[in-house]
Design a protein around this ligand. Structure first.
Ligand SMILES: Nc1ncnc2c1ncn2[C@@H]1O[C@H](COP(=O)(O)OP(=O)(O)OP(=O)(O)O)[C@@H](O)[C@H]1O
Ligand SMILES: [Mg+2]
Length: 240
């Protein structure tokens, strides 16, 4: 479904991503882990078209979308829940959700289905999102992305600033998303949380892949080494 090939992204002189390869299949959840500044957000932003790569390509269902502007990628079926949520604070919950639909595609996600997923939301649909708690705002940001009916959902740091119970509730909604075949690529600082929900993971360090594989096959020592860079720089490792 989503494929990233040999992607290199620069921010001026800084090379934020180097030769990243990645694939996410329908119904699959892949986690990107890595320390602050590893390049995780840059990767998601490059996939949605907010950063332009200096090398490599991005394919959606086999079609090269590297040259498409961001709004066209949303219409093709990629949606991003950005770090820090980026809602329109003075707009109501429902107005924020409708922003997602306006740029998106037809499909199974509607206001009704989002309100089903997050049952508290319908009662508060007229409230400006600035009145909501951080976790509630995060749920609205997810709902807004779902309203675009994406084939691939990109989630950047869902758990940032949220209480553990709220994190569990938000991640508890994931199975409902992937059951229709949506692919999820998520970035998470909370490595344990990421590895609990992901089918596969990829660890970035200074913009390069240092480890990838299935969570069940990775030892804590290997993950730590890949995360902090204690394993030398001899190219990406594999847990298998
Ligand atoms: N717009 C930008 N202009 C210049 N440098 C940038 C820009 N965005 C990110 N960077 C730099 O690129 C590197 C990767 O940043 P990125 O935000 O992708 O990291 P991250 O893994 O998401 O980190 P965090 O966990 O802190 O969110 C960092 O060194 C960062 O300072
Ligand atoms: Mg980030």
């Amino acid at each position: 479904m989503l494929e990233v090939r040999a992607l290199t992204v620069r921010h001026g002189y800084l090379r934020a991503l180097t030769d990243i390869n990645l694939a996410v299949s329908p119904g699959e959840t892949v986690a990107i882990i890595g320390a602050n500044g590893a390049g995780k957000s840059t990767l998601l932003r490059a996939i949605i078209g907010l950063h332009h790569p200096s090398a490599g390509s991005i394919l959606l269902n086999g079609r090269d979308i590297t040259a498409l502007p961001s709004h066209a990628r949303v219409r093709e079926g990629i949606a991003l829940v950005p770090e820090g949520r980026r809602l329109f604070p003075s707009l109501s919950v429902e107005e924020n959700l409708l922003v997602g639909r306006s740029s998106g595609r037809p499909g199974p996600w509607s206001l009704g289905r989002v309100y089903q997923l997050f049952s508290w939301m319908a009662d508060r649909r007229r409230e400006p999102t600035v009145h909501l708690s951080g976790g509630e705002q995060q749920a609205v940001a997810i709902g807004r992305a779902l309203m675009a009916n994406p084939r691939v959902l990109l989630l950047d740091e869902l758990s940032l600033g949220l209480a553990p119970t709220m994190v569990r509730r938000i991640y508890g909604a994931l199975p409902e998303l992937v059951k229709d075949g949506m692919a999820v690529l998520l970035v998470e600082q909370d490595v344990a949380q990421a590895l609990r929900v992901a089918n596969r993971f990829q660890c970035l360090l200074e913009g390069r892949t240092t480890l990838e594989g299935k969570p069940a096959e990775a030892t804590t020592a290997k993950i730590e080494a890949a995360y902090f860079g204690l394993a030398g720089r001899s190219g990406p490792g594999s847990v298998a």
